[in-house]
Write a protein that binds this ligand. Structure first.
Ligand SMILES: [Fe+2]
Length: 314
């Protein structure tokens, strides 16, 4: 009808997936982002040079699926060198919050807008795409991202190379308990993994142009095959997700001072009271967060001594 003015969708999925499974279950997608100039190694190296150091995390790619966070081997290169030498560096790297760069923000928003339109919405907020963030992953051949979960919904797009992405049902508390989920969100994301879980995983085998939808807090682990890999996570947080996340963070702080809590959703009235208190306190300290040094101190106070684990010591 208006085929001339309507841009082609950047992300596509089977119709039943976007209508029936989104946002409750994982599903495969296809996308048109492979080869985009912002997603090439030279441009990503430039981004690594520009990003604040606390928004870059990297380590050896030779880690276990069930990886102890205190025993992750490091890589002795600076971030730009890791990107430049990714084919042989034996490394895994994530560049965080790339939406702070206007060019990347436009790319991410245009991509999500195409999904919003496919679902019958005319804008990002109408479709529930709020607090949009982007994460770029660069990894060497045969690298592993250990078993973990994330506190947001995610369209994961494979830009270059072969990748296996295995996702597990977050309703199954024998995979991740309530305490495991709170710990993964607030202390260190890695979860314990046992090979006996393998048959319960949903595996997506991806090449350039493939991807998958990763629902909120569904545990997953990832590995690259014989080539280096470039991937991007396009994430957002709906109002409900932000509420549950804030409650998990406040519960973790209470646990840290000796008052472990039941998970969000157990007691609606108590959740409401805790949320009001927590958000008032967070609003009061917000101006302090503009400095990287203060962000580091605040993470230490809120989350404990391992909160800054990914910042190398000087
Ligand atoms: Fe993840």
């Amino acid at each position: 009808m208006n085929a001339v003015s309507e841009p082609a969708p950047v992300i596509t999925a089977a119709n039943h997936a976007l209508r029936r499974d989104f946002p409750m279950r994982p599903f495969a997608i296809r996308h048109k982002l492979a080869g985009h100039p912002l997603l090439t190694l030279p441009r990503i190296a430039q981004l690594a040079a520009e990003l604040p150091r606390d928004l870059i995390e990297y380590n050896s790619g030779k880690v276990a699926i069930s990886q102890d966070p205190d025993a992750i081997p490091s890589v002795d290169l600076d971030p730009v060198e890791v990107v430049r030498r990714i084919e042989t560096a034996g490394a895994w790297m994530v560049l965080k919050r790339i939406e702070n760069s206007p060019e990347y923000r436009r790319l991410i928003e245009d991509t999500l807008l195409s999904v919003a339109r496919a679902r019958g919405f005319n804008s990002l907020p109408d479709a529930g795409f709020e607090q949009i963030e982007g994460f770029l992953f660069v990894s060497s051949p045969n690298s592993t991202t250990p078993f973990h979960l994330d506190s947001e919904d995610n369209f994961f797009v494979q830009i270059h190379g072969e990748k296996f992405f295995t996702i597990f049902d977050n309703a199954d508390r024998s995979i991740a308990s309530d305490a495991d989920i709170e710990h993964s969100m607030t202390k260190h994301r890695n979860l314990k993994y046992d090979e006996s879980l393998a048959p319960r995983g949903i595996e997506f085998h991806m090449f350039d142009g493939d991807g998958c939808f990763v629902p909120y807090q569904w545990p997953h682990w990832v590995r690259t095959a014989g080539s280096h890999s470039i991937s991007m996570a396009i994430t957002w947080k709906t109002r409900d997700v932000r509420r549950v996340n804030d409650l998990h963070f406040f519960n973790s702080m209470l646990r840290g001072v000796g008052f472990p809590q039941k998970p969000p959703g157990t007691n609606a009235a108590l959740d409401t009271a805790k949320l009001a208190f927590y958000r008032t306190a967070i609003a009061a300290i917000k101006p302090l967060r503009s400095s990287m040094a203060m962000r580091r101190v605040l993470r230490r106070i809120a989350l404990g001594k391992r909160a800054n684990y990914y910042l190398k010591k000087a």
